[in-house]
Design a protein around this ligand. Structure first.
Ligand code: C2G
Length: 132
């Protein structure tokens, strides 16, 4: 069984996220998603609209997702890859090159982002505060 992992905040889930999750799953048989906790988002200087538990429940309902784990730190990826016997690490290409250190542990693939949509754009289009 080929296992894939990806990371993200996945707030206000949209087709950009779904396109990423679908393509990640298509690369293997089992997809683990590490979703940023609210505390880690603060470190990423991001404020999600939905709290961690809601974002986790929503992701668990996505047909491509087999397991959701919390992302608490920048440093946990190697351990996650080892603990979950991951074969492929996937991220959108806005992260191109940032996680190449994982090439010692698994395949690293950066996929094209879906243009024209982002959680930040949704928030600003709706006139919400702190769209970052
Ligand atoms: N994404 C995409 N197309 C979009 C928007 C997002 O392909 N229009 C992808 C991103 O490239 C990322 C994933 O969807 O791979 C999740 O995006 P975010 O929730 O914005 O994730 P981010 O805050 O970048 O967190 O340790 C890694 C970080 O946790 C990544």
């Amino acid at each position: 069984m080929k296992k894939v992992i990806t990371y993200g905040t996945f707030d206000l889930l949209h087709v950009g996220h779904i396109n990423l999750l679908r393509r990640a799953k298509e690369l293997g048989d089992y997809l683990v998603v590490a979703i940023s906790t609210d505390e880690f988002n603060a470190i990423k200087n991001k404020k999600a609209y939905y709290p961690f538990e809601d974002r986790k429940q929503i992701l668990e309902a996505v047909r491509y997702v087999d397991k959701v784990i919390p992302e608490n730190t920048w440093e946990q990826k190697i351990k996650d890859v080892q603990d979950n016997n991951i074969d492929i690490f996937v991220m959108g290409h806005d992260w191109e090159g940032k996680f190449d250190f994982l090439k010692d542990y698994c395949e690293v693939i950066y996929l094209p982002r879906t243009e024209g949509i982002s959680t930040t754009k949704i928030k600003s289009d709706l006139g919400l505060k702190n769209p970052q």
